[in-house]
Design a protein around this ligand. Structure first.
Ligand SMILES: [Zn+2]
Length: 867
């Protein structure tokens, strides 16, 4: 053997004994064998020796340890695909890890032994130096999968992998607000608020349904009509020997005779009544609206026949209406007969339209401030628009109908199937335990704006395949991200795959309605609250509230939602260990999380799901992220450089450094000092970089869009953090002496919920902050509302997205290898002039939309001009 023992490697895969019968300079590995150093002279061995056991080392041998130089070639780094983030319709990013079990770095150059397919964009090549331990490697890609080949190992990242979590993102790529946008509601004084805000009557926005009388149902066709004699009352007739009692029944002029009773012919043998009988006479009526009936009871004896009862009446066979009060006829001498009538099969009902609608229950706390939708604070039944549902009958367990409810939360009216549906749901009134049950789930499907499904999808996969929006509300049943320990909120299970989840089922039984001709039909049911809770009441909790708010988002016109799957976790917090984020709502890994909030465990009013503006704000982030990626944002922190910020503005960031929440030197009206119960890094009125102000302003705008009617001139935004102003804007305020600098010595701190107009631009930056290169959420909220809402020329959500995509493309054209551009989003803030340029490109200089964009920027005070 030649060469240094540090360069020579011998491996023995077999078991048994390996005998070294000659001097050896090498590294020998025999993991399954025992090793025997034979007695030799000279007995010199150099290198490293590894075996299951050393069988024998003879005396007189010299063994010199020389470490092997190329362990990396033998125990090379092992790649693994961990998670995938879907940035938008085209761009995805995957996180790989590798593990190098050695204590030294290993080099694997790019080439056949180390490459990624498809070829990654510049800046995303795999590493060539593999550090000891476990490390991450991120790559952007397009398509369904990306493969990292590393030596003999092949790691494949597909869209089936879990979504990446916040903690997966390297800090250099981590957006300070997205993927995590943590919101926790500030503590309101609920006692004061409950007294001061009148509980508006709950509003349930159902389509009006006229109440049709049963007789107007419009049954058509021929239905067999059956008259049933149910009881006979024989009496003495003064004659000596009754032989027999018969019935003559005439239906529509056709008479039939039937024996009712055989008296035996001796004495007054017939006098034993009343007697239950069951004699039926069936015809197919010539007139579907009227059957004439005559019943005669004939007593026959040895002296002749007597007509003891003779009664005539008419019946409407559709409705069962009869032109006499009683279904019994009694003669003066005590003879009598009773009857009933019914149809032997449900009447066909061609014009019969059972409108069956379902609701979710909700009770929002930030309700009743002037917004248009769901303004009640008490329990409201909210239409289960677009929810998946199944209608089942109890008698055969069959699914009569399944699919997605319409925009009104009702089983879609289908002219061809109404009739079938109605007949299938009818059951005999005599079946006391029969019921028809609607089961429905917060699993929603709708076509994108302006599109109608050619064929209604029946399930999730059909919804996605048809280009629909699939929106699932998910309940976590164990493995919560935030838990209470000794009354302190601490991180729970932050690994998403370790959580147990489900999409819960709600259900309701159709009310049992008055029978028609012996059959119970499902009449119009437009207030079918679910009865899923124990005791049969509506289920009212995080899930039902998130489901209710989701339906409002989904039935909003021009909601700006692009096709694809959306997941909303109704009752679990942002999966993060960050102490400031525990319990919060956020969007991370493409999923919306609604946490309990920092105080939701101790105050039911502060559960985040009770704040419909929080939910719609986060939905706005999710929807915008999916449509265009996130707008660029360089963060919320500012360095604490002279003149410095007051202590009340200082925060400790993730790196442990003390920074300022707002630019040093900013006036108190443009800072977040007054936000004490939640994250003060950004608030409605604080100076932020343009990208952050746009990102958050868009979220506030989106919430306003969801809860207000777009075309109306007014708009109410209800804020969930404290607000600082010269006037008190909520039910409870405290007087504050602001830290310097402040143009006012005394200010009012309004406690949430705080109602703010989104239609009247306050021009907050220009009036109070006057820094043209920065922005505030409140101004950008007003800007977006002005663009999109009101009358006259407006921009659609697609128009707004178009402007951002163009601005981002322009930026990324300048810096194509910027990681954010590769991950499908801009990195830098988009300044006003960049957006205005993009708008001019999108709509054309001088076009109504371009002018509306420019004018809105001036009106809302987000342009670079400070008049
Ligand atoms: Zn946000």
């Amino acid at each position: 053997m030649d060469g240094s023992p540090a360069d020579v490697f011998l491996g023995v895969a077999g078991s048994g004994q390996v005998s070294l019968e000659a001097p050896l300079s090498a590294t020998l590995v025999a993991p399954n064998a025992s090793l025997r150093f034979e007695p030799l002279n000279p007995g010199e061995f150099a290198g490293s020796f590894f075996a299951d056991s050393i069988y024998q080392a003879e005396p007189g041998l010299t063994i010199t340890h020389v470490p092997f130089r190329h362990w990396g070639r033998v125990f090379g780094p092992v790649p693994k695909a961990e998670c995938v983030t879907v940035q938008n319709a085209v761009t995805r990013s995957a996180r790989f890890t590798y593990e190098n079990q050695l204590e030294t770095s290993t080099i694997v150059p790019h080439g056949p032994r180390n490459h990624v397919t498809p070829t990654p964009p510049p800046g995303f090549e795999p590493p060539t130096e593999f550090l000891p331990g476990v490390h991450s490697y991120w790559v952007a890609f397009e398509g369904d999968e990306v493969v990292w080949q590393l030596d003999v190992f092949r790691a494949v990242a597909t869209l089936d992998l879990p979504r990446c979590e916040l903690d997966d993102f390297p800090t250099t790529l981590r957006d300070p607000d997205l993927p995590v946008d943590s919101i926790s509601v500030s503590r309101p004084n609920s006692v004061v608020l409950a007294d001061s805000i009148p509980d508006r009557p709950p509003v349930t926005e159902f389509p009006p349904i006229g109440s049709q009388p049963v007789s107007a149902l419009g049954f058509t066709g021929t239905v067999p009509f059956t008259l049933q004699l149910t009881e006979l009352r024989p009496r003495p007739d003064g004659a000596f020997a009754s032989l027999d009692v018969d019935a003559l029944v005439t239906l529509d002029g056709v008479t039939r005779e039937r024996d009712l009773w055989d008296c035996g012919g001796i004495g007054e043998g017939c006098i034993i009544g009343p007697i239950p009988i069951d004699e039926r006479f069936t015809i197919e009526p010539a007139n579907p609206d009227l059957v004439s009936v005559r019943i005669r009871i004939i007593e026959r004896d040895t002296f002749g026949d007597d007509v003891e009862v003779d009664v005539s009446f008419t019946v409407n066979p559709k409705t069962g209406e009869m032109n006499r009060d009683s279904k019994c006829a009694l003669a003066g001498d005590g003879w009598g007969v009773c009857w009933d009538f019914f149809t032997t099969q449900p009447p066909p009902a061609a014009d019969f339209r059972p409108v069956i609608c379902a609701t979710f229950a909700a009770n929002f706390f930030d309700s009743g401030f002037g917004e248009d939708h769901l303004p009640g604070r008490l329990l409201q039944h909210v239409p289960a628009s677009f929810a998946r549902a199944e209608l089942r009958t109890s008698w055969d367990g069959a699914t009569v109908w399944s699919g997605y409810l319409d925009a009104n939360g009702c089983i879609p009216v289908h002219p061809e199937t109404d009739h079938v549906l109605a007949s299938a749901l009818a059951f005999p009134a005599s079946s006391s335990d029969a019921e028809v049950r609607l089961a429905f789930e917060p699993r929603f499907c709708r076509a994108p704006d302006g599109v109608a499904f050619a064929d209604p999808p029946n399930d999730d996969s059909e919804c996605l395949a048809a280009g629909g929006i699939l929106w699932n509300v998910i309940e976590v049943t164990s493995g919560f991200s935030a838990v209470l320990q000794n009354d302190v909120l601490v991180p729970g299970v932050t690994n998403v795959s370790a959580k147990a989840t489900r999409i819960p089922t709600f259900s309701a039984v159709l009310p049992r309605l008055p029978a028609v001709q012996g059959w119970v039909f499902p009449l119009h049911v437009n207030n079918l609250a679910d009865q899923s809770a124990a005791g049969g009441g509506p289920r009212l909790d995080d899930v039902s509230r998130v489901a209710a708010a989701s339906t409002q988002i989904l039935r909003t016109d021009d909601a700006g939602i692009v096709a694809g799957r959306y997941e909303v976790i109704a009752n679990d917090a942002c999966p993060s260990r960050h102490p400031d984020i525990v319990g919060d709502a956020c969007v991370t890994g493409g999923v919306l999380w609604m946490g309990p909030g920092k105080l939701g465990f101790t105050d039911e009013n502060l559960r985040q799901t009770r704040w419909k503006y929080v939910l719609a704000h986060e939905a706005g982030h999710l929807i915008q992220q999916r449509a265009i990626g996130s707008p660029g944002s360089t963060g919320y922190e500012f360095s604490n450089i002279p003149p410095g910020c007051p202590p009340s503005n200082q925060v400790t960031n993730a790196s442990g450094n003390v920074v300022c929440a707002d630019p040093p030197g900013t006036d108190a009206l443009c800072r977040c000092d007054h936000v004490e119960q939640s994250n003060k890094l950004h608030c409605l009125q604080s100076l932020e970089t343009p990208g952050s102000a746009q990102l958050e302003g868009f979220g506030q705008f989106y919430a306003s869009k969801i809860w207000n009617r777009r075309a109306e001139p007014d708009c109410t935004f209800v804020y969930y953090k404290e607000f600082l102003d010269q006037q008190c804007r909520s039910a409870e305020c405290s007087t504050v002496t602001p830290a310097q600098p402040s143009r006012f010595d005394s200010l009012q701190r309004s406690i949430p919920p705080v109602a703010v107009s989104c239609a009247t631009p306050p021009r907050w930056r220009n009036n109070f902050c006057a820094v043209a290169t920065l922005g505030t959420e409140i101004d950008w909220m007003a800007f977006f509302w002005r663009l999109h809402g009101g009358s006259g020329v407006t921009l659609s959500m697609a128009d707004i997205n178009d402007v951002y995509l163009r601005a981002c493309l322009a930026e990324c054209a300048q810096r194509p290898t910027a990681p954010g551009c590769m991950l499908g989003r801009c990195v830098n803030d988009q300044a006003w002039d960049e957006l205005e340029t993009a708008a001019t490109e999108a709509f054309g200089l001088g076009s109504p939309k371009q002018q509306h964009f420019a004018n809105s920027g001036l009106a809302a005070g987000v342009s670079l001009a400070i008049p």
